[in-house]
Design a protein around this ligand. Structure first.
Ligand SMILES: Nc1ncnc2c1ncn2[C@@H]1O[C@H](COP(=O)(O)OP(=O)(O)O)[C@@H](O)[C@H]1O
Ligand SMILES: [Mg+2]
Length: 251
C-alpha cells in the first residue's frame, strides 16, 4: 500500500503528518518513508543527517542507484529514502524522459513485496515530484491547515487529482482530508471544519490534529509524535488515519 501525503501549500503539516503516520505504521510492520522534498525536512525530522555524496531519492528517481542502496533505517524503525537539495534538479533532468511521471513507480516496483506500507512526503508544489508520487500511490492524504486562506488552493488540488486519476493512475483513491494545527475550541476551526465537510462531499474529513508545540519539539529531536508524548489528543487523529489506511489496504 502506497500513500502519498500532498498539498501544494507549504507549512500545512505534510512532513509532520508523514512522520507521525510512518512512526505508527512501523510499529505494525515494515514501513518505507520517502522524502520527495528538496528541503529534506522528512529526513531531518526523522533524525537523519545526510553525509556528503550520500545517495537520496534523486539518484533513485534518475535510475543511478537502486532503492536499497539509498535507504537508511531510522531510530524509530522506519526505513527512510532520504531527500535533499539534489531533488531540485529533477524537473530538468527528467525533461526528455517519456516516462518521467512514472519514474518513482518504476523504482519502487521491485520492492513492493518488501514493505507492507510506503508513505511519500511531497514537496509544496504540483510539479513533477508530486505527480510522480500521485502516479505511484494507491491512496492520497491531504493535510489542510485550519485557516481560511488554506482552503483556497484546495479546488486546484482536487482538479489535479481528477486529472491524475483519468490520465496517470486510475487506482488512486483519496483517503481523506486531514485538518491540522487546529485551535480546537475556536470558531475559526469549527467554521473551517464545516466548510471542509460541505466542500468535499463524499471525501472523508478526519478529526482535526490540534495545534501544539509538541509537534515542532518532536521534529527537533527526530521522533514520531507517539514516541514523544503520551498526549492522547495529539496522537489519536493520526491513529485514525492509520486505521483507515489498513481498512483500505484490506479491500
Ligand atoms: N499540529 C501542529 N501544531 C503545531 N505546529 C505544527 C503542527 N503540525 C506541524 N507543525 C509545525 O508547523 C511547521 C510546518 O509543518 P511541516 O510538517 O513542515 O509542513 P509542510 O511539510 O506541509 O511544509 C513545522 O514547524 C511543524 O513542526
Ligand atoms: Mg514538508
Amino acid at each position: 500500500m502506497i500513500t502519498a501525503i500532498a498539498n501544494q501549500k507549504g507549512g500545512v503539516a505534510k512532513t509532520t503528518s508523514t512522520i507521525a503516520i510512518a512512526g505508527l505504521l512501523a510499529e505494525e510492520g515494515s514501513c518505507l518513508a520517502i522524502d520527495l522534498d528538496p528541503q529534506g525536512n522528512l529526513t531531518t525530522g526523522l533524525g537523519v543527517e545526510l553525509a556528503d555524496g550520500q545517495p537520496t531519492a534523486y539518484e533513485v528517481l534518475v535510475g543511478k542507484v537502486p532503492l536499497e542502496d539509498a535507504t537508511v533505517t531510522t531510530a524509530s524503525g522506519i526505513t527512510l529514502l532520504p531527500g535533499g537539495i539534489a531533488l531540485a534538479k529533477i524537473e530538468k533532468e527528467l525533461q526528455q524522459q517519456p516516462n518521467r511521471l512514472h519514474s518513482l513507480k518504476k523504482a519502487l516496483d521491485p520492492y513492493l513485496e518488501q514493505f507492507e506500507q510506503i508513505v511519500i512526503d511531497c514537496p509544496p508544489s504540483l510539479g513533477l515530484l508530486t505527480l510522480n508520487a500521485l502516479s505511484a500511490a494507491d491512496a492520497l492524504l491531504v493535510p489542510v491547515q485550519c485557516q481560511f486562506f488554506a482552503l483556497k488552493g484546495l479546488q486546484g488540488l482536487m482538479e489535479t487529482i481528477d486529472t491524475v486519476q483519468q490520465r496517470l493512475n486510475p487506482d488512486l483513491e483519496i483517503l481523506g482530508v486531514l485538518p491540522t494545527m487546529a485551535e480546537v475550541h475556536t470558531t475559526i476551526t469549527q467554521d473551517v471544519m464545516k466548510i471542509l465537510r460541505s466542500q468535499f462531499e463524499g471525501i472523508r474529513v478526519f478529526d482535526p490534529v490540534p495545534k501544539s508545540v509538541r509537534f515542532p519539539e518532536s521534529n527537533m529531536v527526530g521522533k514520531p509524535i507517539h514516541q514523544f508524548t503520551r498526549e492522547w489528543r495529539l496522537v489519536q487523529p493520526y491513529r485514525e488515519v492509520v486505521r483507515q489506511l489498513f481498512l483500505m489496504s484490506e479491500r
